[in-house]
Design a protein around this ligand. Structure first.
Ligand code: BTN
Length: 257
């Protein structure tokens, strides 16, 4: 996407409720497409499905504004954004960065970050879309059995939030929200990083994940030869979560800080 030669603004804040809230306010006041909000810390960071997103100092908490005349499903946009973020981050390290439907970024079987898309409507008309990305860089990560999170800094200690921002911002700004369904090329690139593919899940339906469809649905094989397309819900694995190889190094680093 071009911006007529001028780069839209990146607003930086030390502390906000959520970069999504700040960006929605800027959008309502007329901010142009590509405008971005970065915060050092969020007090009310939002995750997918109404969850809280732990956003202390040291992480990357970034939102980017889009003004598409129409958008074909936020599910596809979220997958497309996640794929683009994973590919941009991949230039930093040799370990494969994976994507987990619908909005998780996975490194070493643990959650590295996530993507959140929010649309605002004015009546029946799409007003704007904000895409928020949270990446654990040097921040402390939730350390409990449910979360299994990891920070990029555990594998790339010299990386700064600034560098990650300047890597991700152009990748996000160039997303085409009008592109509609995932193309054959995007599906191929997604499947190379698809963390869920081939795994047995028990929620939102039981079966083995086969991949994602061009409409962004999760395709789950259900034994009887039939497949279902799942469009919403949280995935729960049928077995236990595979262990991460870098787990101990990460925890040790965080204890030092
Ligand atoms: C998820 O995996 O649940 C999505 C997490 C998205 C977090 C980012 S951080 C920047 C932006 N502001 C928020 O409040 N949330 C998103």
């Amino acid at each position: 996407m071009g911006y007529g030669g001028m780069t839209p603004r990146l607003h930086y804040f030390e502390r906000v409720s959520s970069t999504m809230d700040v960006l929605h306010e800027l959008a309502a006041a007329g901010a142009e497409a590509g405008t971005a909000v970065l915060a050092a810390e969020q007090l009310e960071g939002r995750g997918a499905r109404g969850r809280t997103w732990h956003s202390p100092l040291g992480g990357l908490w970034l939102s980017v504004l889009f003004r598409p005349s129409a958008a074909d499903g936020l599910d596809v946009i979220s997958l497309r954004a996640g794929l683009s973020v994973a590919e941009a981050l991949q230039t930093l390290l040799p370990v494969l960065i994976q994507v987990k439907w619908p909005n998780d970024l996975i490194l070493d079987n643990q959650k590295l970050g996530g993507v959140l898309c929010e649309a605002r409507w004015q009546g029946d008309v799409l007003g704007w879309v904000t895409i928020g990305v949270g990446i654990n860089v040097h921040n402390s990560v939730p350390d409990d059995h449910r979360s299994h999170a990891i920070a990029l800094g555990a594998l790339v200690p010299a990386i700064t939030v600034d560098e990650v921002t300047h890597l991700l911002l152009p990748a996000l700004r160039s997303l085409d929200l009008r592109a509609g369904r995932l193309s054959a090329d995007e599906l191929r690139r997604f499947s190379r990083r698809d963390w869920l593919c081939g795994r047995e899940i028990r929620e939102p339906v039981a079966g083995m994940v086969q991949g994602v469809g061009e409409d962004g649905a999760l395709l789950v094989h259900q034994g009887t030869g039939s497949s279902v397309a799942v469009r919403s819900g949280s995935v729960e694995l049928a077995g236990s979560l595979p262990a991460g190889n870098f787990d101990h190094a990460t925890r040790a680093r965080h204890r030092e800080h």
